[in-house]
Design a protein around this ligand. Structure first.
Ligand code: CTP
Ligand code: MG
Length: 231
């Protein structure tokens, strides 16, 4: 499909749950920083025209040179204090840069640097679904664990049916105007971009996710990535 696709990569987090060893996006797996794996993965999908990375304000120059040295071409901008502010800044930079580019952007992907080993096929599946007319698309997996609700004392109050629950990954894909309007409308705390889109009443569709698109959050996840995910 011939969609002009831009990928925004929030990479400005501090990686606190990984043990505070500096920005998570710069933590190496097989000697290569996560952000480099993530950008290479997006570019290797073959459908992404431009990648915009949101880096921690203190590490913009470092991330720029790490990516350039690795030959992973990306525009690096300063991220914000939370994930949505980082996405907002990357989106602004992408839209500004592409204002006089042709063809116009038709798909915007938002993809966590922390999901550094997402298969290129998944990037293409999300892009294709948006290019085919879906305004917002998220990759999902069924929930494998039994899910329970607890009260303030951690006592179980309910077992929730997992049949209609899904765990959501990235990249999430959007028609550019939909994501722009969702960010303009804003809202309270949210952990994904599709959440903002739901609030403006735009339907969000799903494609099957992939286990390798797992988010590297904890030292255990990092060990899994070292052992089985790194190319
Ligand atoms: N992120 C970002 N800007 C922030 C916070 C997070 O761009 N201010 C990015 C992270 O770099 C990551 C993605 O959002 O790629 C998902 O966030 P998460 O996994 O929570 O990463 P961190 O915030 O770095 O980790 P932690 O919450 O453990 O500190
Ligand atoms: Mg975080």
């Amino acid at each position: 499909m011939n969609a002009a696709t831009v990928a925004l990569v929030p990479a400005a987090g501090r990686g606190e749950r990984l043990g505070g060893r500096g920005p998570k996006a710069l933590v190496p797996v097989h000697g290569v920083p996560l952000v480099v794996h993530a950008v290479r993965g997006l570019l290797s999908a073959g459908c992404v025209r431009r990648v915009v990375v949101a880096a921690p304000l203190s590490h913009v120059d470092i991330m720029r040179s790490v990516l350039a040295d690795a030959g992973a071409e990306a525009l690096v901008v300063a991220g914000g204090g939370d994930r949505s502010e980082s996405v907002r800044r990357a989106l602004d930079a992408a839209l500004a840069e592409s204002a006089d580019m042709s063809p116009e952007i038709s798909v915007v992907l938002v993809h966590d640097a922390a999901r550094a080993f997402t298969p290129p096929e998944l990037v293409r599946a999300v892009t294709d679904a948006v290019a085919a007319g879906a305004p917002a698309v998220v990759p999902v997996l069924p929930v494998a664990d039994t899910v329970k609700r607890v009260d303030a004392n951690e006592l179980v109050t309910e077992t929730v049916s997992r049949a209609d629950l899904r765990a959501v990954q990235t990249p999430q894909g959007f028609a550019p105007d939909v994501l722009r309007r969702a960010y303009e409308a804003g809202g309270d705390e949210h952990t994904d971009d599709a959440g903002l889109v739901e609030r403006i009443g735009v339907p969000v569709s799903t494609v099957p996710g992939h286990p390798a698109a797992m988010k590297i959050t904890t030292p255990f996840d990092l060990a899994v990535a070292e052992a089985v995910l790194a190319p």
